[in-house]
Design a protein around this ligand. Structure first.
Ligand SMILES: [Zn+2]
Length: 118
């Protein structure tokens, strides 16, 4: 499994076999950030230093921007639809994307920082 597939499937960055999160699935609205301390397959520690996951804010931010930008552009460009409908769309889209933003953001962050075996 290559590094990108491992990132998108939320797998361990080192072995690509162990799951990053205790509960599988990108769209999980409960226990979103429950992670084992180490990879169940290779033993790689996931939180490699205190505050490590704060860096995931930087990798989740573009996911939010990509989600919200169409609504913002729509609100600015549209002359017939009220901006409040676009604002409502932004809120709904954010709620929908929230678990993806958190989980994929962490997966991208850990895959940037931990090298794959071989
Ligand atoms: Zn592993």
């Amino acid at each position: 499994m290559n590094h990108i597939a491992s990132t998108l499937l939320l797998k361990c960055p080192k072995c690509s076999k162990g799951d990053l999160f205790s509960y599988k699935g990108m769209f999980r609205y409960t226990h979103m950030l429950d992670m084992p301390e180490n990879c169940p397959h290779c033993g790689q520690k996931y939180c490699i230093e205190p505050g490590f996951w704060l860096g995931a804010l930087w990798t989740s931010y573009p996911i939010v921007i990509l989600t919200e930008l169409p609504f913002l552009i729509g609100a600015l460009v549209s002359k017939t639809i009220s901006p409040f409908w676009f604002f409502g769309g932004m809120v709904l889209a954010f709620v929908f994307v929230y678990p993806v933003m958190l989980r994929l953001g962490r997966s991208i962050w850990i895959h940037i920082n931990i090298r794959k075996l071989q």
